[in-house]
Ligand binder design. Structure first.
Ligand code: GDP
Ligand code: MG
Length: 441
């Protein structure tokens, strides 16, 4: 939900109770002293503060003259303009440093919403990326520390606390040490709400400040005065009392949702040199907004048509955002599908390549085997031819010797005697036939 809608929602009671009444003042009237008186009364009842009411009426009188206005309705537009000028166009933020520890002190009277605001602020800052730790400086009642611990658990940050009645400055001391050792960049310190006068506030603050200056010099970035919008005029007088106490750096205005006294913002902005930094718009954890003066003023005076338009625009924006997100998602899916497809194609291609290579390899291997087999067969054939030739030669030799044997005359008796003799003297190796018939020719 946009800021305008949030402000508009939490201002609904103020719009009904104050703005409608204010606008009614002008309807069908002449511009005269009665009108100005009635206007002044309505403004004061609307808790813009007496000074601011008087100042606004004075400005309207001047504009009536300078702009030569005749009808009350014209004056109404001028009032909205003048209030917008008081509101300014400041968009508030907290003065936090990117480096080192940032300490925020929460001050204000009992029941205005300090502890609740600490919880909501811790949640906001955590979401913005800060590491937050809380110090339970309200040691007046045990329940105060317990309440802060519940918020700490809800938000998910540590809470440093002491016993009931302990010195708040000692809590600050321990909280700073814990913040440093746990690497936190924001420490928010709760304080007791029994500070009914300026002297007490100064005392309490200066004690805490001393500890901070000693233990974490330069780290105290904000002293936020919490004001309850439902108390109207009272909130303005508290701002007067406490706001002037040195060191308060800004205001948190709580409970805007439950009151018709939202006009108090105008008074605070007009009468004090204190920026409204945050607005409490309910009791839930997300019910806190940075103050945007222009949007706030717009929401305060927006009529039903403007609100409808604004809401319609917000819905249209949201729709557009959703459509964009869906389109982006679709694109992402398409990209993923495409890349899976590509990967699959590459895989198939490389598999096919490898398969072809394998086939090629197998063919080459088969070829080599065939060649080896042919070589082997050829070798065997060559050797067979050689063997055959040798065998034929051998056979021929044998035949020749046999022939020779048959060609000679039959051996005589003396031949046999000679042979026997020769073998007895010196046996000669002359082969089978040679041995038997050697020396006969
Ligand atoms: N409707 C509404 N209630 C709030 C808001 N902030 C605080 N509260 C209520 O005001 C009461 C007092 O608040 P608490 O934080 O205890 O005040 P503390 O005494 O200043 O610490 C609690 O019931 C809160 O829920 C707000 O912005 N809107
Ligand atoms: Mg409290």
């Amino acid at each position: 939900m946009g800021l305008f809608s949030k402000f508009n929602d939490s201002l609904s009671k103020t719009k009904k109770g104050f703005v409608e009444k204010l606008f009614d003042t002008f309807t069908g009237k002449e511009i005269d002293d009665d009108l100005y008186e009635e206007l002044e009364e309505t403004l004061i009842q609307g808790d813009v503060g007496v000074e601011t009411a008087l100042d606004l009426v004075e400005r309207l009188r001047e504009r009536e003259k300078s702009d030569k206005l005749k009808y009350a309705e014209q004056l109404k537009d001028v009032l909205v303009e003048e209030i917008a000028a008081i509101m300014g166009d400041e968009v508030s933020s907290l003065n936090l440093s990117d480096e080192g520890l940032n300490i925020i002190l929460m001050v204000g009277v009992n029941g205005v919403g300090k502890t609740t605001s600490i919880g909501k602020l811790a949640n906001k800052l955590k979401k913005e990326g800060h590491k937050v730790i809380l110090g339970a400086g309200d040691t007046f009642r045990a329940a105060a520390a317990e309440q802060l611990k519940v918020w700490g658990q809800r938000v998910g940050c540590d809470v440093i606390s002491h016993q009931e009645g302990a010195d708040p400055a000692a809590v600050v001391f321990d909280a700073i040490a814990a913040a440093k050792s746990r690497n936190c960049d924001v420490l928010i310190v709760d304080t007791a709400g029994r500070l009914q006068n300026k002297a007490n506030l100064m005392n309490e603050l200066s004690k805490m400040r001393k500890v901070i200056d000693r233990e974490a010099p330069g780290c105290l970035k904000e002293v936020l005065l919490v004001l309850d919008a439902t108390t109207g005029q009272n909130a303005i007088s508290q701002a007067k009392t406490f706001g002037e106490a040195s060191g308060v750096t800004g205001v948190i205005l709580t409970k805007l949702d439950g009151t018709a006294k939202g006009g108090v913002v105008i008074g605070i902005r007009s009468e004090f040199d204190l920026p409204v930094k945050l607005i409490g718009t309910g009791e839930q954890i997300d019910d806190m907004e940075y103050f945007d003066a222009k949007e706030f003023g717009r929401a305060l005076f927006a009529d039903e048509d403007e609100v409808q338009n604004e809401v319609a625009e917000a819905i249209a924006d949201l729709k557009e955002e959703i459509e964009e997100a869906v389109a982006e998602f679709k694109e992402d899916v398409a990209e993923t599908v495409e890349s899976v497809k590509e990967t699959t194609a590459t895989l198939v291609e490389s598999f096919q390549e490898e398969w072809a290579e394998l086939k090629e390899d197998a063919k080459a291997t088969a070829e080599t085997c065939k060649e080896m087999a042919q070589d082997f067969v050829a070798d065997v054939q060559d050797e067979t031819v050689e063997w055959k030739a040798e065998a034929e030669e051998f056979i021929a030799d044998v035949q020749e010797e046999v022939q020779e044997f048959f060609d000679q005359d039959a051996p005589q008796a003396e031949d046999l005697e000679d042979y026997v003799e020769s073998t007895e003297e010196k046996p000669k190796k002359k082969g089978f036939f040679g041995g038997l018939f050697g020396g006969r020719k």
